[in-house]
Write a protein that binds this ligand. Structure first.
Ligand SMILES: [Zn+2]
Length: 314
């Protein structure tokens, strides 16, 4: 593994970058410029250096180790800004961010871009991240044909709803609204995994961008964490859906509900009952579809839960 310095603005500033692989707890220096001190400390770490499409990696950056005057740290992955927060359980100056790998990503050696300002000006570095194949399964589903071959009216409706959802994701809270671990929205088994390649009625192909839980109509559904309800209405594909903004670019979605029990704009606590599960929208039967969107990317909800647990030291 190498960390490449891309644009050092001066030649006399020493930059030290080290990487710790949390999974193995082994400390490995990634790279450094000249005059590397003996006491290499952790600057950048990733929860895993190989991440499957649809999964999320935990990024940690120790700004203190970038230099006493380092400020204005930014991280991006595939041009998508990665929101950075003060690490919830580590010292001041250690930042954490969640890097979601899109389901559409193909295996490659990718990079996370870092930028910060120090006495020498604006600096940049890249952190390598290997994208591997999630090897998701395929399934065929039979649904009402009106949800596969769309009428002109429904086509226009879907277009409008996509726009509305895009606006919501683009206008999330800059303030962290979630605290403590995220929870499953109900206690039940998974009936269809995230990432599955789906063929509807032998015609329409798509990727499953959430996890389905077995739930008969009328089962209470609970908010995974605290946040602000940004959507609580009926959509063509999702049926009755609730979207919760947890702040700093984390959203959770609860679809196909039989009943919605919260309102748009309502602040809710973790575990708040947001509705009852159902079979509205494009479904082959009753279930709860639960999705998690992190920094603009739908990620595997159950893996997201474990990454958040790691972040919280649990
Ligand atoms: Zn689903």
């Amino acid at each position: 593994m190498k960390l490449n310095l891309l644009r050092p603005l001066t030649f006399d500033t020493i930059l030290l970058i080290a990487c710790t692989l949390i999974s193995t707890a082994s400390h490995e220096a990634l790279a450094s410029t000249q005059n590397e001190p003996d006491n290499i400390s952790q600057v950048v770490s990733l929860s895993s250096t190989d991440v499957a499409n649809g999964q999320v990696a935990l990024l940690e950056i120790n700004l203190n180790e970038l230099g006493p005057a380092a400020t204005d740290l930014k991280a991006t992955f595939r041009k998508q800004s990665i929101a950075l927060i003060q690490h919830p359980i580590k010292s001041r100056g250690i930042y954490a961010g969640l890097v979601g790998i899109p389901l559409s990503a193909t295996p490659e050696k990718a990079v996370i871009m870092l930028e910060w300002t120090d006495a020498g000006g604006r600096r940049a570095a890249s952190v390598p991240l290997g994208i591997i194949d999630g090897k998701y399964r395929s399934e065929t589903l039979k649904v009402d044909s009106r949800h596969v071959t769309l009428s002109k009216k429904n086509l226009a409706r879907v277009k409008q709803e996509k726009k509305e959802i895009r606006r919501i994701f683009a206008s999330g809270s800059d303030i962290r609204l979630w605290f403590g671990g995220f929870k499953k929205p109900l206690a039940s088994e998974t009936t269809s995994a995230f990432g599955t390649r789906r063929l509807f009625n032998g015609q329409h192909r798509s990727y499953h961008r959430g996890t389905d839980f077995r739930a008969k109509v009328g089962t209470p559904v609970y908010a995974s964490n605290s946040g602000l309800v940004r959507l609580a209405k009926n959509l063509f594909y999702s049926g009755n859906i609730v979207i919760v903004d947890h702040g700093i670019n984390i959203f959770t979605l609860y679809a196909h509900l039989s009943e919605i029990q919260v309102n748009d704009g309502q602040h809710i606590a973790r575990g708040h009952q947001i509705g009852l599960s159902g079979a509205t929208g494009r479904v082959s039967g009753p279930h709860l579809h639960w999705a998690v969107k992190v920094n603009g990317v739908y990620v595997e909800p159950l893996q997201f839960l474990s990454v958040i647990s790691t972040l919280l030291g649990r």
